[in-house]
Design a protein around this ligand. Structure first.
Ligand SMILES: Nc1ncnc2c1ncn2[C@@H]1O[C@H](COP(=O)(O)OP(=O)(O)O)[C@@H](O)[C@H]1O
Ligand SMILES: [Mg+2]
Length: 253
């Protein structure tokens, strides 16, 4: 079974950026072909941040399958869905990308999510690592796109507000019917630190690590470049690699 790393946090806290850096770090230490990146944010950005264009989204496939005539047996739908998900897996530079997308129009997420969960668990066995970039909040987890998470990383600004959000997400995570082995915070500075006072003393959660503000990261996103274009020694990327070395016992790289 793969090691599943889920990234959560407020919008704009740096989830997608850090997810992409985690993917790049895993590839850099020799996990080519063994990483599945799941973009579980309906406002899909992980592909862009990694420089990959998704083949199709799961939302598109779900709609296609569900629009088929009712006369088809349930089994057919399940199989069509499974086949569709295989088609939606985009082979990128050394890793695979699966993009959830946004369902068009009203409709219940539940049925599709049940299928997704089933297939994601099945898919996970084919990879060494599954990295899930989530939408803001925990709704995706309560809809349960996955059953098991090894590392739940809450990404937050090291501010009083960041601490409040982090605690909220932690409380929600505890109530969900998913198994989470370890949960902790990655304090990410999306603005230069001198602009504010750091206020994280009263957060009782484990800190997985801190990522400094890195102008090159911000500039790259402004210029439409990807996390893979950053220098090896970019301070933010180096910090993410350190966190993985520490949390996953990866060799230094
Ligand atoms: N450590 C960092 N240093 C500088 N800019 C950052 C850093 N982390 C994230 N950013 C920038 O902050 C913005 C929001 O990041 P993003 O990963 O899209 O957040 P989220 O996925 O949580 O909504 C992006 O422009 C990104 O480039
Ligand atoms: Mg994002």
């Amino acid at each position: 079974m793969a090691i599943t790393i889920a990234i959560s946090g407020k919008g704009g806290s740096g989830k997608t950026t850090l997810a992409a850096m985690i993917i790049r770090s895993l590839l850099a230490q020799g996990s080519n072909g063994a990483v599945l990146a799941v973009d579980a944010d309906p406002n899909s950005c992980l592909g862009l941040t990694c420089g990959v264009r998704p083949a199709a989204t799961i939302a598109e496939i779900r709609e296609e399958v569900l629009e088929r005539p009712e006369s088809r047996a349930g089994m057919d739908r399940v199989r069509s869905f499974e086949y569709g998900i295989q088609q939606a897996i985009t082979e990128a530079k050394g890793f695979d990308l699966l993009t959830m997308g946004r369902p068009e129009g009203p409709g219940c997420y539940c049925a599709a999510n049940n299928l997704l969960r089933k297939f994601l668990d099945k898919l996970s066995s084919q990879y060494q690592y599954v990295i899930i970039d989530n939408e803001a909040g925990m709704e995706h987890l309560s809809r349960r796109t996955t059953n098991n998470v090894d590392l739940l990383c809450i990404v937050a600004e090291p501010t009083a507000l960041g601490v409040v959000t982090t605690k909220r997400i932690f409380e929600l995570a505890k109530q969900l019917p998913i198994s989470v082995k370890e949960i902790g915070v990655i304090w990410n500075n999306t603005v230069p630190i001198e602009n504010r006072k750091s206020k994280i003393e009263n957060c009782q959660l484990e800190t997985f690590g801190s990522v400094p503000y890195d102008k090159a990261v911000f500039d790259a996103s402004m210029q439409g470049k990807t996390v893979f274009d950053l220098e090896e020694n970019s301070p933010a990327f180096s910090a993410v690699r350190k966190i993985l070395e520490y949390k996953l016992n990866l060799r230094s790289f």
